[in-house]
Structures are given as C-alpha cells and as structure tokens.
Design a protein. Structure first.
Lengths: 102, 733, 167
C-alpha cells in the first residue's frame, strides 16, 4: 500500500509549487490560484493524516470541509477585490499596485 | 470471452463523437473519416458477433456486466442483453448507419457545419446501439433520451431556418409527452418488481406475479398497466396516433437525418421496445387491444394522409408512420416474429427511399441553380418534378425497388414477405383489423405508384427538373447496396406454409428469432395471401393508371385533387393534405393552454413571491429607519453630553498645563538644547555643516526600512516565508 | 519495494498532478493556467478516491472545479486585456524559486524524520457519510463551527457584492 510519507511529500511539493506561484507571478488572478494550490496541499495533508492515523476518520475530513469553505470564501472575496482594483487602477499586476510604497 | 467485444460496439461511435467535437470540427475530411471509421469498426464487430451467434460458433452469447450503481451494499449491474432481437438489430443498425454516413459525405458536401453533423450522427449511432444492447430499462431510457436529443439537434441542424428550429422543438416536446408515460411505466415497474434489469424482469415468477389482476383495486394486472405506459413511449417515439404530429415536420432536417433517424432507427426503437417487452405483453394478456387498435388506425391514417402530400419527403414521412402502425398492430396482436421482421425490412427499404429522395432533391437543387431559376423554389415539390428517370438511372432504379418493396410487390421484394406475414397473422386473429390493414396496403401501393410516376415518368414540369442530373457515386452506391437488401432480405424469412416456395429454404429468421419467445401460431390460410397480393397489385395498378399512363403535364392540376373537387369533396382533400387538422387542434388546445398557464404563473410569481420579498425589504428599511432615529436622537445626544464634559475637562487641564507644567517644561527645555545639537536640528551657519550623529543614524535606518517597503505584496510574502525558514532552521539547530 | 497496483496508481496521479501544478505556475497565458489548475484539482480528487474518501473527492470537484475555477474564468473575463504576464525581473523569480525550493526541502526533511505508518489504520468504512453528517450537526460535534462557517459565507457574499459593485 501507499505509505503516508508519499502523500505528505506530494502535499509538500504542491505547497512549494503554490508558494513559487504566489511569489513569482505578476497577475493577481495567478496569485489567487496559487493560493488555491496551497490550500489543496493542506487538504491533502489533512485527509491523509485522517486516513492513516485517526480512528473513525472524522476530524480530518471535517477540518478539510471547513478549509474548503474558507478557500471558496477567500477566493470569492479576493476576486471581488481584484475587480474593484481593476476598476480604479486598470491593472491587476501586483507590482504595479504599490500604494503602500515608501 | 469474445462477446465482451460487444461493449466496444457503441463505444467507437461515441469516441468518434467526442473526437470530432473536441478536435476536428473545423476539418471536414478528418471529421467524416473519424465518424466513418468509428461506425465501420462497430459494423465489423457487430457483423462478427451476429454471424457467430447465428452459426452458434461462439457458444451462448453472454457478455460481462459492470457494477453501475452502488447503494449501501446493493449494486445495480449494467450488462449487455445479446438475445436474438438485439443481434438482429446489431446486424441492421451499424450497416445502415455506415451506408448513410457514406451517403452524407456526398449530400452534406460544402456545408459550413459539416464536422458537427458527423459528430451528432455519431452520437446518435452510439445511442441507438446502446438502446439495442443494454440490458437495463433505465440505461435503455437514458439512451432513448439521448437519441431524442440528437434528433432535436439534427432536425434543427440548419438553424438559420425558423421552420427547422420549430420542427426540432416540436419533435422534442411531442416525444417528451410519450417519454413521460414511459417513465411512469418504469416507475410502476420498479415499484412492482424492484429492479429494471431484463434478467430480473423476464423470469417466469416475476411475469406470473405481474399478470395477477387487481392492481390498485382495478380489474387490470400490473403487467397491462406497465405495458400500456411503456407503449406511451412507443406512441411518442414511433409517431403513432395521437403523438404523430412531429414526424412530418421533422422532414425539415437534412435527408440523411430523415433516413437514419426518422425512418430506419430511432422510430424503430419504439417498436423495438415492444419487441423487447414482448414477454410483458404476453403476461398482460394477448391481444393487447389498445396497442393493436392504435397501430392499425395509424397505419390507415398515415396512408390516407400520404395521398394528399405534394412534398416528396412528407409522403415518405406519413408512409413511415403508416408502416410503423403495421408493426405496432402486429405486436399488439402477438405476431411477434412478423412485426419484428417487418421492422427489419422496413428499415432497409425506407432508408433506401429516403436516400433516393435525397438524391432527387439534390438533383432538383442542382437543376435549379444551373437552369437559371430564381425566386421561391421548393426542391421537394412533386409537382415540379417529372421525367427524372431518364437522367438519373441509378437513383430511379433504387427508388423503384424501394417503392415496390414498400408496396409489397410479390415474391421479389423484401417488403412483400414481411407485410404478407403480418397480414396472415392478423387475419387469423381479428378480421376487422385485417381489412383495415389491407386497405392501408392498397393505399400504400397507390401512393407509391403516384410518387414514382410523378418523379420519374413523363416530362420535366419545371426548369429545375429539366436541368437535373444524376448524383455522385458517394450517394448512389449506398443506394444500390440498400436496393440489393430491399430485394433479397425477404428471402431469409419465407414461411414454410407458403405455396410452392415454402420449405425450399429454411425460414432462418423465424428460427433465430421466434425460438426466443412464444408468439401466435402461424396460420396457413391462402386468403390473406391472396388479398394482400391483390391489394398491393391493385394499388400499384390504379396509381399507375391515374399518374403514370398519362403523366402529369406542367402546370396541370393534381389528378386526385381535381377528382375530389369535382365530386364536391374538396374539403376532404384539404383535410387530407393537412393531416386532418391535428396540428391545428393541438395548437389551439394543448399549446394554447400551456402558454396561458405559463403567462398566469409569471404574473402570479411577480405578484406573490416577489411581493413577499418586497415586503420583507420594506420591513428591513423601516427597521433601519427606526435604528437611525435612535442613533441620531439618543446616541448622539449622549455623545454630545460627553463632548460637553470633555470640553470642561479640557479647560481644566489647560489651566493646569499653563500654570504647573509649563514652568517644568521650560527647565527641561534648557537641558533639551543638547538634543538639537545631537540630532542636528540646530540651524547650521554653514550649509554643509555636519549633521548630528543620531540624526544620521536614524536617516540611514529610515532609508533602509523604506527600501523594504516596495509596496509589492510578493516581496512582503517572500520576506515572511524567508523568516519562517530561518526560524525553522533555528528551531532545529 | 514491490510496486503494487495502488502504488502505481498513486505515482501516476501524483506525477500528473505535480506536472500540471508546475505547468500552471509557469504558464504564459493565464487561461492555460486556469485549465491546468482544473487539472490539478481533478488530480487531487483522484487522490482522494485512492484514499477511499470518495465524498471528499466529490466535494473537491463540486467546489473547486465547479465553483472556484468558474470564478477565476469570470474574473479573467472581467479584467480582459491582461491575459498575458510579462515576466518579472529574473532576480525576483530566482528568489521565489529559492524560497519555494528551500521550503520543500525543509518540509521533506522534516517528513522523513518521522516514522509514519505505511498502512492506513482501518479499511475504508462503508457507511461513513452518515457519521460525518451527524458529527457536523450535533451539538457535541461541530455544529457551532458549521453555523459560523455559514455565517462567514454570508458575510463574504455581502462583502464581495459590496466591494465589486458598479459605482
């Protein structure tokens, strides 16, 4: 059978790839999508732990369900903010949205 | 096990559909190659399995099942039912599909949506094969609905024409009424048996249990109720009265579609349902009179209305309706083998007739363009054709053979053998219905002769017909292949009691199919044979006399119309042409009522639910108004009071500050002079005076920190993660 | 270690998912990136099926493929004209790659330090969905967080509508 460590390493890989996307892309939508990758990696971790270590498998899956809720909510809100930013500044490149500069 | 190959048969056209839709829609050649490839593979596999089964070489046909729906430990399996009816359909369906696909490459040449056409007909072929093969009524229903979808898409294929769009919608909605009854039948069946799979349904115990009268306290058995409800689906899909109005309008689609869907396969699926459910019909008690009566009525009705049609495809549409009525009547009376045999032969000769008609239509359109025609032109108009037999030899031979088969020309055509067997079986059971069907046979032969004469005999009656020419090989070759079947296919089912010829060659069809189910005993009277042959020949003769002996001239009145008007029956002729006004009837009753209900519902919805929502919103607004009042009058008053107190306190502190704190500050201020020196804010006398040490340090630090604040969120994030990493490393060291 | 069917399946799905994720963060065209993201989600759903939690796989498909991906497509439709992505200065992408690689390395090293079990604790139960449902709505379970989550969604809905409304 598949050892737990494989799932964890896969989740770590997805997490790092999402992290790279988060730090290296200019388009705000790309950032939000990389955030989704991060959250998916977390979910894989939770489910895998729940499956392998927990009797009854309840807590891990409930936790993952709530992560889904939060992820969806955060994506919706992030995209709404992005649309608002697009309207005022006509750009969604994060390195051009630097009002906090200085 | 070789029978598992049967799973691949519907799979290949389905893959072709997906492939064309996703990848090759824009490439015409590649699309038709993919479609034809898919159906060709299906054909090879189907023929292989058919011949293996017929010769008995592969053992008993049985394919593996697949666990489909799993519900808490119970599983519903989906498998293939490879019984003789399915195998016979497997012989017919892929073969017809392949020939029609090849025909379509010629007919649809140059169409802008060529690729999509082939995608749709591939999907349709896959759905039809699914209907034939799958052994679960729910899967049957799914594929049945899929076929309805393809029918809708294909009838309205040329969606720039509003008539085509309307016809597609009409076909879909009218058959949907039938499908509703079908679904109710499934529900009742499931409630009584607990399963929708054939192997659970067709056991002796289940059938005996269903045949017990007393369902819901009524003196009918569940089997009869279920059979009639399922028959509702057949009424819709096979265009039986009263759900027949969609079939003539469906001719607005391209002719290959009419041939494939509305002649050979989809409408036959309704009859195939009855064939599959024949044990249920037997349990319900043969003869099932409603089924037989509706079938016979439709047979006569369709033949009558076909007489008054002047559109080459509408004649064939009503003819299809009529022939399906024959099959339904046969099955209703228990003539299982005869009805199924007619299904098989009808598929071939009707497809042949439609494809030939398409060839004629193409020739007319071609003639119209090249004959310099202009203005309104209907290429389907029989009254504008004529004399095409001279310029279109292959098409006319094919059409002739198909027409003779439809009319039941004795001995030499397939239609004769199957129709004769139905007539013989019906004669033995119910004389009244026999006469109805015989009359329909006479009318059928008459309108066949009418159509043949109007199209091919005489001289061209319009510029288009005069400039027509034979169609290309990709269209005429399938015609000739189908014509061969239309002639020869009947010989696999020669009954043994037939005078002289019976018994010379075995009745392979009866042996293969009849063994699987009990059906009515074959009668050996000569009367039905003679009457059937007589009706057919008489009809052909009369039709030739009226239309062919002195062929119609250009601009002349249609002989039947003229004759009926002279007999003061012009109103009857108009009724005939309009299909006895059923379209209008339905429009003014069912459609009007539905639209009225919809309008009422819209008004009700705007008034009541929306009114409730508006009421809630008004309530919320009132509440917020009250809250605002509260805030303004009460809370703000409190705040103002605080304001007053704060002012008083402020004045007190001011006095304190002025008289106590300021002297203190002045003392400290003297010491504070050191500060400005250190921070460099003492105005320098010289512009380049050195800045104080603290100030210099602070400024450097500030510049460094400011440089960190790039404003780009990603830099902040990188910094954060970098810090995290450092912390992790530090934690573990 | 002999490769059983489950392990081969895992390796195949994992390889596809990671490849899709890599292609997604490196994609030139943002629409391709969204399609690859959908591929990643489907891969993760397949992993959940492999883990035996088919309900979570279904939820994954519903919420991510059916919801979030559609949202993302709508968002790039609204902000059209910015489909491409001029690459960042190489200096900062290298920095990001370094950070990401070191995070991965650190996590993997951490993971390998612990002797995890290589068999799941119990075989996939047959009727676990009812248990999950009961836990979510029972007072002794997670009813309060459940209600709070719905409240959160409501607030987010209002907030998103307010932020993104036409002015």
């Amino acid at each position: 059978m598949v050892p737990l460590s494989w799932y964890l390493i896969l989740a770590a890989a997805l997490f790092s790839i999402g992290l790279y996307g988060l730090l290296a892309r200019r388009n705000l939508v790309m950032l939000l999508m990389s955030l989704e990758l991060l959250l998916n990696a977390v979910n894989i971790n939770l489910i895998a732990f729940s499956r392998y270590l927990e009797e009854g498998q309840v807590v891990g899956r409930v936790f993952a369900l709530f992560v889904y809720v939060i992820a969806a909510a955060e994506t919706a809100l992030g995209l709404a903010i992005m649309i608002a930013v697009w309207r005022t500044r006509q750009t969604v490149a994060v390195d051009e949205i630097d009002t906090l500069k200085g | 096990m070789v029978w598992n190959l049967a799973w691949l048969i519907p799979a290949f056209p389905l893959l072709a559909f997906a492939g064309i839709l996703l990848f090759t829609q824009r490439r015409a050649q590649l699309s038709h190659r993919l479609a034809i490839g898919g159906i060709a593979v299906a054909l090879v596999l189907a023929q292989l399995l058919f011949w293996l089964a017929v010769t008995g070489a592969g053992g008993t046909p049985a394919a593996d099942s697949w666990r489909w729906l799993i519900n808490n430990g119970e599983t519903v399996s989906l498998g293939l039912a490879l019984d003789p009816p399915a195998l016979v359909m497997l012989f017919m369906v892929p073969l017809l599909c392949l020939l029609i696909f090849i025909y379509s490459t010629g007919y649809m040449r140059g169409d802008p949506r060529y690729g999509r056409f082939f995608a749709y007909i591939s999907l349709f072929a896959s759905a039809m094969l699914g209907v034939v093969l799958l052994d679960n009524l729910l899967a049957f229903f799914i594929c049945w609905e899929l076929m309805g979808l393809c029918s809708y898409l294909l009838i309205g294929f040329w969606y720039e024409r509003p008539s085509a769009v309307a016809a597609g919608l009409k076909a879909f909605l009218v058959t949907k009424v039938g499908d509703l009854f079908f679904f109710l039948g499934l529900v009742v069946l499931y409630a009584n048996v607990g399963s929708l799979a054939y192997r659970d349904l067709f056991t002796a115990e289940t059938l005996a249990q269903l045949a017990q009268p007393g369902y819901l306290g009524l003196p009918v058995s569940p089997a009869l109720v279920i059979a009639l409800l399922l028959f509702g689906g057949t009424v819709g899909k096979s265009a039986q009265f009263p759900l027949h109005t969609w079939l003539p309008d469906a001719m607005a689609g391209p002719t290959p579609v009419s041939a494939l869907i509305h002649a050979a396969t989809m409408v036959s699926a309704g009859v195939f349902l009855l064939v599959r459910m024949f044990p249920l019909l037997t349990a319900a008690g043969l003869p099932v009179l409603p089924v037989a009566y509706i079938g016979a009525f439709t047979a006569l009705f369709g033949a009558l209305v076909a007489l008054g049609q002047n559109d080459i495809k509408r004649v064939l549409a009503f003819s299809t309706m009529s022939q399906l009525g024959y099959m339904v009547a046969a099955l209703g009376l228990g003539a299982y083998v005869a009805g199924f045999f007619h299904l098989l032969t009808h598929a071939f000769f009707k497809a042949l007739l439609f494809l030939s008609a398409g060839s004629v239509i193409h020739a007319m359109e071609h003639g119209h363009q090249h004959g310099g025609g202009a203005g309104e032109f209907d290429p389907n108009d029989l009254l504008a054709m004529g004399g095409l037999g001279r310029v279109m030899p292959r098409t006319s031979v094919a059409f002739l053979l198909g027409g003779l088969s439809l009319a039941g020309f004795p001995l030499l055509t397939a239609g004769f053998w199957s129709k004769d067997e139905i007539l013989a079986q019906v004669y033995a059971q119910d004389q009244a219905l026999f006469w109805v069907l015989a009359a329909a046979a006479l009318l059928t032969a008459f309108y066949v002769a009418r159509q043949l004469s109007l199209v091919f005999l005489g001289t061209p009656r319009s510029a288009a017909a005069a400039h027509a020419q034979e169609s290309e090989r990709s269209m005429t070759t399938p015609l000739l292949i189908l014509a061969a079947f239309a002639v020869a296919l009947g010989w696999v089912g020669i009954p043994e009691h037939f005078p002289v010829l019976g018994g010379l060659i075995p009745n392979w069809f009866h042996e293969f199919v009849g063994a699987s189910s009990a059906s009515a005993p074959v009668s050996a009277d000569w009367q039905p044979l003679a009457l059937g042959v007589g009706a057919g020949l008489l009809g052909l003769g009369l039709g030739w006399l009226v239309y062919g002996w002195r062929p119609l001239a250009a601009g002349a009145l249609e002989p039947l119309a003229a004759a009926m008007r002279r007999l003061h029956l012009g109103w009857l002729y108009r009724a005939l042409q309009q299909g006895f006004y059923f379209d209008g009837l339905y429009q003014h009753t069912v459609v009007w009522a539905t639209q009225a209900l919809a309008a009422f519902s819209a008004r009700f919805d705007a008034a009541v639910p929306d009114g409730a929502v508006r009421g809630v919103a008004a309530g919320v607004r009132a509440l917020s108004g009250a809250a605002a009042y509260f805030d303004e009058r009460i809370l703000d008053a409190l705040v103002n009071m605080w304001g007053g107190i704060s002012v008083g306190l402020g004045r007190f502190f001011n006095w304190l500050d002025l008289h106590l704190v300021d002297p203190l500050v002045n003392v400290i201020g003297w010491f504070g002079q050191l500060g400005p020196w250190a921070t460099g804010s003492v105005e320098p006398e010289v512009p380049d005076a050195p800045v104080g040490p603290v100030a210099w340090l602070w400024t450097r630090l500030g510049k460094f920190v400011t440089a960190l604040q790039t404003g780009a969120v990603q830099d902040y994030l990188s910094l954060a993660f970098f810090t995290v990493i450092i912390l992790i490393v530090a934690f573990f060291l | 270690m002999t490769l059983g069917f489950g392990q081969i399946a895992f390796l195949a799905i994992a390889a596809l998912t990671v490849a899709a994720a890599l292609a997604m963060v490196l994609a030139r065209h943002i629409f391709h990136a969204i399609l690859l993201m959908i591929a990643v989600f489907v891969g993760v759903a397949a992993l959940y099926v492999l883990l035996g939690v088919s309900f979570m796989a279904g939820m994954q498909l519903f919420i991510y493929v059916g919801g979030v991906s559609v949202l993302a497509v709508l968002a790039i439709m609204v902000t059209r004209g910015f489909m491409g992505d001029r690459p960042r200065p190489a200096r900062s992408t290298y920095g990001a790659a370094v950070v990401a690689a070191s995070v991965f390395g650190g996590l993997t090293w951490l993971i390998l330090q612990v002797p995890w079990p290589s068999e799941p604790l119990v075989p996939a139960p047959q009727n676990d969905l009812a248990v999950l449902g009961q836990v979510l709505v029972s007072r002794a379970g997670y009813a309060v967080p459940f209600e709070l989550a719905s409240l959160l969604l409501f607030v987010v809905l209002l907030g998103a509508l307010y932020i993104a409304r036409e002015r």
